[in-house]
Design a protein. Structure first.
Length: 328
């Protein structure tokens, strides 16, 4: 025989009332049923927990005094476990894992969504992991993350959904000592002889395509393109005068000595962020999606949501680099 919660509730009620009749009434039990629970519990622990007196009055034995705080702690843990289980099934508890590209952190989208989750769901622990878009898609498929903030795709794998959550213009990042840094705004023609530093070599094509699109307006090709492993590496090189970067505006919040940012006149190229997840009815994913959607709708860069069902109807979530946002 083992102890179950009925035995513990009965013991705690009697220990606090020190009276079988009042304890039975508080539990809405017949006194005989309450006595049976106490007897079974005493059989399990191997001895009496109460000294029985007259007219149902009782006192705790020494063993009863020792057992009482343990019973309270066990019931508290059981009740918390039950509550956490219910919350987890509603997507309101547990560890939630989010992947993100570097610039997503700079937009404020990630921190704002996490703040919403922390405020509303204190039993959720959020774990964030920086990784590039291809890594996030792989991590989603391997169930290592629940959602990701990525550069959007024209097409996702069959079991991955995506929606746009942010759009922003692109700027030129360059050294403060660069001659062009003296200008408040750059023209496309100013950039035709520059070396463009391309971050994230895992997907160089998207940034290179954006650079080609930009300079194509002057019917020119880039003077040179240099691949780098990530934006921080590219920014370090740009700050040293090695070249310039076509960068999302949010990255201008990055304070790096020697680096500055300038807008390009009439530059129509934008860059998007998408939230991606595996096609699922998971309440965890639903909670995260709602948080990011709420933040997205409140931001200047919010965009119309588009999901796989939209794509089945012919809508695009990532169009040409010139109009619908560059991918990477």
């Amino acid at each position: 025989m083992s102890i179950d919660t009925r035995h513990l509730r009965a013991f705690i009620a009697v220990a606090e009332a020190l009276h079988f009749g009042r304890a039975a009434q508080s539990l809405d039990l017949a006194q005989s049923a309450l006595s049976a629970h106490i007897k079974r519990l005493e059989d399990v622990v191997g001895g009496p927990l109460f000294h029985r007196g007259r007219r149902s009055a009782v006192m705790l034995t020494r063993a009863g005094h020792t057992f009482y705080p343990e019973a309270l702690a066990t019931m508290a843990h059981f009740e918390r476990s039950e509550r956490i289980g219910r919350l987890a099934n509603r997507g309101e508890a547990g560890e939630f894992r989010i992947g993100y590209v570097f610039s997503a952190a700079m937009t404020g989208l990630l921190s704002s969504a996490i703040s919403i989750i922390r405020e509303r769901f204190p039993e959720i622990a959020v774990k964030i992991s920086p990784m590039e878009t291809p890594e996030q898609i792989a991590a989603l498929k391997a169930l290592r993350i629940d959602v990701g903030l990525v550069r959007p795709r024209a097409h996702y794998p069959a079991d991955v959904e995506g929606q746009l959550v942010h759009r922003e213009p692109l700027l030129i990042a360059l050294a403060e000592s660069h001659p062009l840094a003296r200008l408040p705004e750059l023209a496309v023609a100013d950039l035709v002889d520059e070396c463009f530093l391309i971050p994230q070599t895992a997907e160089t094509g998207a940034f290179a395509a954006a650079v080609n699109e930009l300079l194509g307006r002057e019917k020119r090709r880039p003077h040179s393109i240099q691949d780098t492993s990530d934006f921080v590496s590219a920014a370090s090189l740009a700050a040293s005068g090695e070249g310039v970067i076509l960068a999302p505006r949010s990255l201008s919040h990055l304070r790096m000595p020697g680096l500055t940012f300038r807008p390009v006149a009439t530059l129509p190229i934008t860059v998007d962020l998408a939230l991606v997840w595996r096609e699922t009815t998971s309440p965890v994913v639903a909670t995260l999606r709602h948080a990011f959607q709420e933040v997205s709708l409140g931001q200047p860069g919010s965009v119309q949501v588009a999901t796989r069902s939209d794509r089945r109807q012919g809508r695009k979530i990532a169009g040409s680099t010139a109009r619908s946002g560059m991918t990477k």
